[in-house]
Design a protein around this ligand. Structure first.
Ligand code: NDP
Length: 448
């Protein structure tokens, strides 16, 4: 993807020169600047009034130490981050990720993507992201609690219900949100909707747990049907077995798909009879076991070491739902060779740039994460609304809102791609549709 516009190409070079080691961030920015070329050429004020330069620099990035004590009394120090990327259209909003791979490049790429995704939902939320290189895997509940409390001891200074509202992401689920919210409440002496993904007993929203996976399937369903295809009877691969993957599996199955494989970072399970969702949920969500346990419990299923192997299984539709860059060029070529006709990204930036080129070049359906997985943050924004109203909606009400938001989002993305001469290119459509509202707001504020 060569950026042809001279100003944008130079801007990309400046982004790289400023932080040369931030490969994931460069990847995310490069894709967006490439897509925005026709917009910028039609509207030169976006350059002359500083919008493009401001867009690629976060408003604020905080980085802090997080000391904590393990169960044996040993001390550890991890690093915490919060990037407050863009507040043009609302308070910063985006998840916290606890995973050893977290660094400044990862939180910046996620915060940058989040800005466009949040805009695409049509709701008033800006972009942010954060996390730590702490690994909750293998830690006791007490250790996770002490870590979360220490993390919040610093983070609370920068967030608030009208300023920045974090949520979960990889490694941050209901347990971690509970510890984080409890500590915020204690420090501020306030009960506010400062985090989303909360437990139902203390201000969470029904259907938030399911929202990203369900939203992915609602989006994909629109995309497939417009192309004369459907989930019904399709063979589907879903990578990951966390929050997004589990509920994508449940919704895809309810739409008639046969999900034959899921994975974790160590390997994947193949079940020719179709994944037993309740068993998978029990093992992964409740018992926190490795995915291998599924094959031990389900006689027809087999376990295979190595998570990338999942893409070698023949399928009609692939839903990557684990982590960034999990579909590389080789995996993309294997999917194509085996007849896959649709890839819809559940995880953020699931595919490498050359993998996207290969998939789009082959003419199959490809939908990018910032459009497909926006359902999670959309329901987070609905959780904020319910918290502000001090009221709860039923599961059906929230799910109906989610479904409508994903339908509208799909059509906006398709229309934006068409309007700028790239019909069918949902990567461009998502970047452009997400950008316009943010850019118009930034122009309205003047250079700030
Ligand atoms: P979870 O922590 O619940 O699950 C993550 C899953 O991905 C686990 O199965 C994990 O396996 C696997 N995984 C993590 N890192 C790697 C890796 N390096 N290689 C292979 N597999 C890996 O996270 P979520 O389901 O919440 O998030 C998944 C993706 O969806 C992320 O990209 C996230 O940013 C994105 N997302 C999540 C939203 C949400 O609402 N939760 C909203 C929008 C996007 P293991 O257990 O072995 O680590």
């Amino acid at each position: 993807m060569e950026i042809k516009n001279e100003y944008l190409s130079n801007l990309m070079e400046r982004v790289i020169a400023r932080d040369p080691e931030q490969a994931e961030y460069h990847q995310a920015v490069s894709e967006v600047l490439y897509s925005l070329t026709p917009v910028v050429e039609a509207r030169p004020e976006l350059i002359s009034e500083g919008v493009m330069d401001c867009l690629v620099e976060p408003e604020r990035l905080v980085k802090f130490r997080v000391p904590w004590e393990d169960d044996k009394g040993n001390f550890h120090v991890n690093r915490g981050y919060r990037v407050q990327f863009n507040s043009a259209i609302g308070p910063y909003k985006g998840g916290l990720r606890f995973h050893p791979s977290v660094n400044e490049s990862i939180v910046k790429f996620l915060g940058f993507e989040q800005t466009f995704k949040n805009s695409l939902t049509g709701l008033p939320i800006g972009g942010g992201k954060g996390g730590s290189d702490f690994d909750p895997k293998g830690k006791s509940d007490a250790e996770v609690m002490r870590f979360c409390q220490s993390f919040m001891n610093e983070l609370f200074k920068y967030i608030g219900p009208d300023t920045d509202v974090p949520a979960g992401d990889i490694g941050v689920g209901a347990r971690e949100i509970g510890y984080l919210f409890g500590q915020y409440k204690r420090l501020r002496n306030e009960f506010t909707g400062v985090l989303t993904g909360k437990g139902l007993s203390y201000g969470g929203s029904l259907a938030r747990t399911e929202a990203t996976g369900y939203g992915l399937c609602y989006f994909a369903d629109n995309f497939l049907r417009d192309a004369g295809k459907s989930f019904d009877g399709a063979t589907v691969l879903i990578s990951g077995s966390g929050n997004v993957a589990l509920y994508a599996c449940q919704k895809a199955q309810s739409m008639g798909a046969k999900v034959v494989a899921m994975s974790d970072s160590a390997g994947y399970v193949y079940d020719p009879d179709g994944i037993n969702f309740e068993l998978m949920r029990q093992l992964k969500e409740k018992e926190r076991k490795r995915i291998k346990a599924y094959a031990d419990a389900q006689p027809a299923a087999t376990y295979h070491e190595g998570c990338r192997g999942i893409w070698t299984i023949p399928c009609d539709i692939a839903l990557p739902c684990a982590t960034q860059n999990e579909i590389d060029l080789e995996s993309a070529k294997t999917l194509l060779k085996n007849g896959c006709y649709a890839v819809c990204e559940g995880s953020n930036m699931s595919s490498t740039a050359d993998a996207i080129d290969a998939l789009q070049g082959a003419g199959i359906l490809f939908a990018p994460s910032k459009a497909c997985n926006a359902g999670g943050v959309a329901v987070s924004a609905l959780e904020m609304s319910q918290n502000s109203m001090r009221f709860f909606w039923s599961f059906e009400e929230v799910d109906n809102h989610l479904h409508q938001i994903m339908n509208d989002l799909y059509h906006n993305v398709v229309n934006a791609a068409e309007q700028y001469g790239m019909a069918g290119n949902l990567v461009a459509g998502a970047n452009i549709a997400g950008f316009l509202k943010v850019a118009d707001s930034m122009l309205a504020y003047g250079l700030v």
